[in-house]
Design a protein around this ligand. Structure first.
Ligand SMILES: *Cc1c(COP(=O)(O)O)cnc(C)c1O
Length: 232
């Protein structure tokens, strides 16, 4: 518990410092705790010291934790690849899906979102470095996807999520995040309601915050190194 508290405080301090250095208001960057591979007990510890937003990549694993932590007022973000046979449970159990790169998946989520729940918050995942191995819509096709998603009744378009290619230098990090910020500005001119630019992980959150991230997704710096085979 003490350990969780210390880690959370040190990540929050790091975020606050990066906000200051970027001349951004304190609190303009939210922390999403990426909890894949960690047991519900570790999430509960973090929740008890104030963390409310959690990100999960794998549905089966996530469902167990959502169930085990149902007594806490947590916000759940799905950040992994969405398979079409998993959309029903995702639409039912999550508050956000940040990894949408196909209209077909978005349509299913909208159709399957329970009517008694608030619209599902959506970020479009952009393949910012055009890597063949990576999910995400190509930047050239972003506006078309955004137009389609924004029409879907039970979804709410909130912004973008990016995972840049592994960068060797800070300049490379700044470059990729800068391109993401430009896309986000473009998106905003057409969809003024978008407010979320989800970028920055443990190793590159400072550069992401310098380039306008509004949400960093942090696993390792909060929980420690992941030791399981499904590392990413
Ligand atoms: C695992 C993961 C993270 C967190 O990565 P860390 O380097 O552990 O902070 C962030 N975003 C996504 C999409 C992930 O899969």
């Amino acid at each position: 518990m003490t350990n969780s508290k210390t880690r959370l405080q040190s990540v929050m301090n790091f975020i606050n410092l990066a906000e200051q250095q970027a001349n951004r208001p304190q609190g303009s960057v939210q922390l999403l705790a990426v909890s894949k591979t960690w047991p519900a007990s570790r999430l509960r510890e973090l929740a008890e010291v104030g963390q409310t937003r959690f990100g999960e990549n794998y549905l089966q694993e996530a469902l167990e934790k959502i169930d085990a932590l149902a007594d806490l007022p947590l916000e759940w973000h799905f950040i992994g690849p969405v398979q079409s046979n998993k959309t029903r449970e995702i639409a039912d159990k999550f508050d956000w899906v940040e990894s949408i790169d196909r209209v077909k998946i978005a349509q299913r989520l909208s159709a399957q979102r329970p009517v008694d729940k608030a619209p599902l918050n959506i970020c479009l995942q952009v393949n910012i470095d055009d890597e063949s191995s990576k999910a995400g819509v190509h930047p050239d096709n972003l506006m078309e996807l955004a137009a389609a998603v924004s029409q879907l009744e039970n979804l709410r378009l909130r912004g973008l999520m990016v995972i840049p290619a592994i960068a060797e230098t800070t300049e490379q990090q700044l470059d990729a995040f800068g391109r993401a910020q430009q896309l986000f500005s473009q998106l905003k001119t057409v969809h003024p309601e978008v407010d979320t630019l989800s970028m920055g992980m443990s190793a590159d959150m400072q550069a992401a915050i310098a380039q306008g991230s509004t949400q960093v997704r942090i696993g390792t710096a909060l929980f420690g190194e992941r030791h399981t085979p499904n590392k990413k």
